[in-house]
Write a protein that binds this ligand. Structure first.
Ligand code: MD6
Ligand code: FE
Length: 199
């Protein structure tokens, strides 16, 4: 299997076969029954991506700013991180700590995610692991300065990305989806899970 490894940014292409992808989707649907997707708002307005989370913490953004919270905006604690998601972390993350947050991002048609760093966590020795499910998405990866040059890579359903070491605090984002490139979701769209140690 080919592996892309730039500045410790790692892609495991096709790590999850179709049955494994379906297992994860079923587990996430279960989480979303208890913690429905919501649309975070930033100071610049509503995000195009809808979100939820599982684990001890979820990531929240509202007009007060963004932060990790122990509760869904509806006041309920987040559901636990599903076991198949945990075992993916234990297989690939090479980290002695378990993840405390599984952020759930849902992209439909023209959703995107602007260039950002994941820097709201305390322990940057722990990686961020991300799983792509559904339609292909153009992932852009830069350096630790917003102006650093970027490289782009199409993420496919079943691909897993690891940001660790030098890439852990690198800017990254999703420029666009390629609709109709996966049959995992009958109406298209993309599900992304990112696992992090928060404290
Ligand atoms: C996404 N991913 O793939 C957005 N963050 O939809 C991320 O923001 C991300 O893929 C940290 C580490 C890996 C990622
Ligand atoms: Fe991120």
């Amino acid at each position: 299997m080919t592996m892309i490894d730039i500045k410790d940014f790692r892609v495991f292409p096709g790590h999850l076969d179709r049955p494994a992808q379906e297992t994860l989707v079923a587990a996430v649907r279960d989480v979303l029954r208890h913690a429905p997707l919501f649309r975070p708002r930033t100071r610049r307005g509503p995000m195009s991506v809808r979100m939820s989370a599982a684990g001890d913490f979820g990531w929240i953004s509202d007009p007060k700013g963004y932060r990790y919270e122990a509760h869904h905006p509806d006041g309920q604690p987040w559901p636990p991180i599903p076991e198949p998601v945990m075992s993916l972390w234990r297989d690939l993350a090479d980290c002695p700590r378990d993840p405390e947050c599984c952020l759930i991002n849902w992209y439909d048609g023209d959703a995107r995610m602007g260039l950002h760093q994941d820097v709201d966590e305390q322990d940057f020795d722990c990686p961020v692991l991300s799983v792509s499910l559904g339609d292909e998405a153009l992932f852009r990866m830069g350096g630790t300065d917003r102006r650093d040059p970027t490289t782009s890579h199409w993420l496919k359903s079943g691909d897993v990305v690891l940001l660790r070491g030098a890439s852990r605090r690198a800017f990254h984002g999703i420029d666009r989806l390629r609709p109709g490139t996966s049959t995992l979701f009958p109406d298209g769209g993309r599900l992304n899970l990112t696992l992090r140690v928060v404290t």
